[in-house]
Ligand binder design. Structure first.
Ligand code: NOJ
Length: 566
């Protein structure tokens, strides 16, 4: 057993993550403490009370390490430090202690698929030359063709363009190529190399030892590669035969990581595993591997009752054999903000089609109404829930960022065809009536790193705190009820029969009799109306919360969810 760096919150015990409401905090855009236009840890520390008040159980930080920021911190040059623009390791230690004292746990992002090209291991590999032990920690190969000027295989970068870049050798000659499944500034590690495995186990211990409660594993299905590096077929499905996605040997990595996590009580490993096949995804949460995986099928699902019900059932079936809790995610820093998505004619999300979405009109009022209904639906489902910062304010995707201010490598690598993810990463509006809306302190020397729409004056924390029907009020109320109720969070759910296929209705009844004494103690009945007509509420004792007003005759309007006590 190891000592932790600070006192650990006791709420939820070692299994806190099974029911937790987890706030995804994108440091660059949360709060700027020093006025340089970029969010930082000082800013986060000054706003921890906001998160405690919101009622979240944990914060997941996107990468906060030293990074050249070629991919907003997912290109790490030192896994044991803090990016100077964000603060210092001492700031992180203080933040962890302060959050713990408020009952909030801390999850950090670890990026094991790739380094930064400025990481000392990669610069050493470049200097050491072909055949060296230093190069074996990455994927260096000679090129194809008579002069070696063609990439070693046909793999394409997920950000667009080839997945290989040729280096100049120390003697000045054109040399080997290295693999990068993302940007050229993100060279892929060779997980067949023992140094890589030991290094990451050590990194986990470093952060667990500082009191971090959980690790989100970036690009978790991509780590191991077929060492023969064969060409990949266009239709090659992920799985054992695929050269770089969801290979069987990636599970060896997670078994060893789980053994490390188990040395520290109450710690959690959360996989970012985008896979189309639910059965393959389930393998990551089998005994001795990860605790949970993100629910991308739910995140991608259209606002449609039948489709949502199917995904909910599949999710529960997937997690059940392993006894893992489901996770429910509406959005994150890689996808379009939910208000905009639900306000378009096509309400599904698809990474490969993002480039087309931005051409479609958005009905923000409709999107907001649906996002409110989705929030209550999501928070009533069994398991843990993620809230991406700004979701609680109803922020929308900023689609009109000027081209010269866009930062996402996807934008550049697709030559502007894909707008990228900047629109979901715009700094939060806190107060006041004009940008920077309290994101930066008065007298800040720089403007926010991405421009905020002036219309966000109505969506600031200050404005929404003063309003009874704001999105923020809805999230605070819902999280409060969810925390107080023994029925919500982890546990069973039972579907109710419905007359209209556009309605989702289910009961959450506590597995053990309630101890909270709250209104929701006997159980919570959740009804979401995704149909085009108002519907009757099922039998209930009292209305606990609704995402919008009920009609005068007591009917539940379209695109509205109600929580009822039973
Ligand atoms: C997934 C992260 O969420 C995304 O933001 C990042 O660009 C890629 N992995 C590469 O690290």
């Amino acid at each position: 057993m190891h000592e932790t760096g600070s006192c650990v919150p006791s709420g939820g015990g070692d299994s806190w993550w099974r029911s937790a409401a987890i706030y995804q905090l994108y440091v660059r855009s949360f709060a700027d403490g020093n006025g340089d236009g970029v969010g930082d840890l000082a800013g986060v520390r000054s706003c921890l009370a906001y998160l405690a008040d919101l009622g979240v159980d944990a914060i997941w930080f996107n990468p906060w390490y030293p990074s050249p920021m070629s991919d907003a911190g997912y290109d790490i040059s030192d896994y044991r430090g803090i990016e100077p623009v964000f603060g210092t390791l001492a700031d992180a230690d203080a933040l962890i202690s302060e959050a713990h004292a408020m009952g909030i746990r801390i999850i950090i992002d670890v990026v094991p698929n790739h380094a930064s090209d400025q990481h000392p291991w990669f610069t050493a590999a470049l200097a050491a030359g072909p055949g060296s032990a230093e190069r074996d920690r990455f994927w260096f190969r000679p090129g194809r063709g008579p002069t070696g000027d063609e990439p070693p295989n046909n793999w394409q970068s997920i950000f667009g363009g080839p997945a290989w870049t040729r280096v100049t050798e120390p003697d000045g000659s054109p040399g080997e190529w290295y693999l990068h499944l993302f940007a050229p500034q993100q060279p892929d590690y060779n997980w067949g190399n023992a140094d890589v495995r030991h290094e990451f186990e050590d990194v986990l211990r470093f952060w667990f030892g500082r009191g971090v409660d959980g690790i989100r594993i970036d690009s978790g299905a991509l780590l191991t590669k077929d060492p023969r590096l064969p060409d990949v077929g266009l239709d090659e499905p992920p799985g054992p035969g695929h050269p770089f996605t969801d290979r069987d040997d990636v599970h060896d990595v997670y078994r060893s990581w789980r053994a490390v996590a188990d040395e520290y009580p109450g710690r959690v490993l959360i996989g970012e595993i985008w896979l189309p096949d639910a059965a393959r995804l389930a393998r990551y949460v089998t005994a001795g591997e990860l605790h949970t995986v993100f629910n991308f099928p739910y995140l991608s699902c259209p606002w449609d009752a039948a489709a949502l019900r199917r995904v909910i059932e599949e999710t529960l079936a997937l997690n059940e054999p392993a006894g893992a809790p489901a996770t429910w995610v509406l959005s994150n820093h890689d996808v379009d903000r939910i208000v905009s998505r639900y306000g378009r004619a096509d309400t599904a999300f698809d990474l490969l089609r993002r480039r087309y979405f931005h051409n479609f009109p958005v009905d923000l009022a409709l999107g907001t109404k649906r996002a409110r209904a989705a929030a209550l639906l999501t928070m009533a489902l069994p398991g843990s829930v993620y809230i991406y910062q700004g979701e609680e304010l109803g922020l929308w995707e900023v689609q009109d960022i000027p081209d010269d201010l866009r930062q996402d490598p996807i934008w550049r690598r697709t030559h502007g065809a894909d707008p990228g993810r900047d629109g979901s990463r715009v700094p939060l509006p806190w107060s006041g009536t004009e940008p920077p809306f309290g994101f930066s302190p008065p007298g800040a020397v720089r403007e926010p790193w991405l421009p905020q729409p002036k219309e966000w004056r109505d969506l600031t924390v200050e404005a929404e705190s003063a309003s009874d029907d704001s999105m923020l009020r809805l999230y605070r109320d819902a999280l409060g009820i969810r925390r107080a109720s023994a029925a919500l969070g982890d546990g069973p759910m039972t579907w109710l029969p419905v007359a209209d296929g556009g309605v989702l209705a289910f009961d959450r009844v506590p597995s053990a009799p309630g101890t909270s004494g709250g209104d929701a103690d006997g159980g919570v009945r959740c009804v979401a109306n995704l149909s085009a007509s108002p519907v009757e509420l099922p039998p209930h004792a009292a209305v606990l919360l609704t995402s919008g007003p009920l009609a005068d005759d007591g009917l539940l309007p379209p695109d509205t969810t109600a929580w009822l006590s039973v």
